[in-house]
Design a protein around this ligand. Structure first.
Ligand code: GAR
Length: 224
């Protein structure tokens, strides 16, 4: 399938979700799909962490879920693991891979297998504060607004074309935990909207620019 040809997809549109942790973004997307707000089905959930709650949450919803050992590296998948992830996602015939707190950087063969078909959510307004603990980076830097970003994944870290962003004000009495909590809530609003726009073939990607054909632009909390 050609990257970005959102018309040449399965019906229903199939998602593969990858996560390493608690899975709250997975739940937001699964709820939106179940309620018909995302015209898609979650075909498979994969994790590099055997005890990650995202796996048990998926199984509780009768969504196939699988742990795939990541191999010998700390921040990426080794070759065998990468092959196993690609195989599982191809077997499940996914149209879009949704990274929901997947804490390993995806590399060459994985990216080539699903070119232009991987999205990620990051807890800052990219390109500010890529990498770990972005909410803490924002607080330490003293910015007055931060937020979250949904973007396509390319070979850079938190670097691909931006699909949507939602703003979260930084309050004078914020702690890292409180700010993180409000960013998380914004993520649960933003991510389903962006995945729905892709599933509806409602976006067009030109270079770094992702345009929403409906004119909608997910930037403001609560906007539709
Ligand atoms: C989310 O805040 C997401 O932005 C972040 O991990 C969290 C996962 O939460 N991802 C990254 O930092 C990736 N660079 P969840 O497991 O509750 O969805």
């Amino acid at each position: 399938m050609a990257p970005n040809d959102w018309n040449a997809v399965n019906n229903p549109f199939k998602l593969g979700v990858l996560g390493s942790g608690k899975g709250s973004n997975f739940i937001a997307i699964a709820d939106a799909a179940a309620a018909g707000r995302i015209p898609a089905q979650i075909a498979i959930v994969l994790s590099d962490v055997e005890v990650a709650p995202i796996l048990s949450l998926a199984r509780a919803r009768n969504i196939p879920a699988q742990f795939i050992p990541p191999g010998k590296f700390r921040t990426k998948l080794d070759e065998d693991s990468e092959r196993a992830f690609v195989h599982a996602l191809q077997e499940a015939k996914v149209d879009l891979i949704v990274l929901a707190g997947f804490m390993r950087v995806l590399k060459g063969d994985f990216l080539r297998a699903f070119e232009g078909r991987i999205v990620n959510i990051h807890p800052s307004l990219l390109p500010s504060f890529p990498g770990l603990e972005a909410w803490k980076q924002a607080l330490d830097h003293g910015v007055k607004v931060t937020g979250c970003t949904v973007h396509f994944v390319d070979a850079g870290v938190d670097a691909g074309p931006i699909i949507g962003q939602e703003i979260v004000p930084v309050l004078d009495d914020d702690t890292p935990e409180r700010l993180h909590q409000r960013i998380h809530a914004a993520e649960h609003d933003l991510y389903p909207k962006c995945v729905a726009a892709i599933a509806r073939a409602d976006i067009a990607v030109t270079g770094r620019r992702v345009l929403w054909k409906t004119g909608h632009n997910a930037t403001v909390p609560g906007s539709t």
